[in-house]
Design a protein around this ligand. Structure first.
Ligand code: NAP
Length: 260
């Protein structure tokens, strides 16, 4: 017996659930963002790897995706800057024709106890982590409304839910992302657009490597699963949200049980 597979059956058999979709991953050059970019590409999405300064790292991600037979391009843009973020979206539209999935992942820390926190520390974190999601999302929202499809996924943090010692700036930025997510979800729910946040706990990346070893050991002892998370475990949540059409306005906790 000969079984003839049509296009969609073929796509399913290869599990390319995101074939035909175009995704931007801000901060896709390192850490969580680079794993997200690769996993989206493995599912068939065409991926824009955004970076600020790490061109070589972004090009390495690009190379890995191409080796796997995927399609990607890397674009430099400081997403804390309105014009650069808007150009990032414009460049994506010129290159791939549209944007279906926006992963607002770029983020920084400038940890200091509040008494030592300078205005610069405050503004840098709010600009990169929170203002950036206004900058990028405002550029994609009208085209997404017109195409009646969009997946906006904001990388928040457990620190935006539970607070963090020495992290008033970071916590405020991440809590702001959750409020943004819920409000935009309400405004776009009727238009095929979902807007969700992911709240990672402590994930093994450069960001967490900066935490002193002793403090890290104490942290791990408080995590019910007794280990740090892996970037692949965050990427799994992104794929889940990118593939789902009835989850919106949610914050998915991926934290080993640290915050429930
Ligand atoms: P990371 O390893 O430090 O990587 C940060 C990424 O953001 C890099 O690709 C960096 O690009 C990019 N970036 C920074 N500033 C940027 C800007 N102004 N414009 C464009 N890109 C910029 O961080 P990570 O640990 O993977 O974290 C990724 C996201 O997850 C962040 O939003 C973070 O707050 C969140 N998160 C992380 C953890 C964790 O445990 N790691 C936990 C909760 C939430 P360049 O190298 O080019 O600057």
């Amino acid at each position: 017996m000969t079984i003839i597979l049509n296009d969609s059956a073929l796509q399913q058999s290869e599990n390319k659930s995101l074939a035909g979709k175009v995704a931007i991953v801000t901060g896709g050059s390192r850490g969580i963002g680079s794993t997200i970019a690769k996993e989206l590409a493995k599912k068939g999405a065409q991926v824009v790897i955004n970076y600020n300064s790490a061109k070589e790292a972004a090009d390495e991600v690009l190379f890995e995706i191409e080796q796997l037979g995927g399609s990607a391009v890397s674009f430099q843009a400081n997403v804390a800057n309105f014009d650069e973020a808007q150009s990032l979206v414009e460049n994506t539209q010129n290159y791939y024709g549209k944007v279906d999935i926006l992963v607002n992942n770029a983020g920084i820390t400038r940890d200091r106890t509040f008494r030592k926190l300078s205005e610069k520390d405050w503004n840098e974190v709010i600009n990169v982590n929170l203002n950036s999601i206004y900058h990028t999302t405002s550029a994609v929202i009208n085209p997404m409304l017109e195409q009646k499809f969009g997946r906006i996924i904001n990388m928040s943090s457990i620190i935006g839910q539970a607070g963090g010692f020495g992290q008033t700036n970071y916590s405020a930025s991440k809590a702001g992302m959750i409020g943004f997510t819920k409000s935009l979800a309400l405004e776009t729910a009727r238009s095929g657009i979902t807007v969700n946040a992911i709240c990672p706990g402590y994930i093994e990346t450069e960001m967490v490597k900066e935490i002193p070893e002793k403090v890290k050991e104490q942290l791990i002892s408080k995590i019910p699963m007794q280990r740090l998370g892996q970037t692949s475990e965050i990427a799994d949540a992104v794929l889940f949200l990118a593939n789902n059409s009835y989850i919106t306005g949610q914050c998915i906790n991926v934290n080993g049980g640290l915050y429930m």
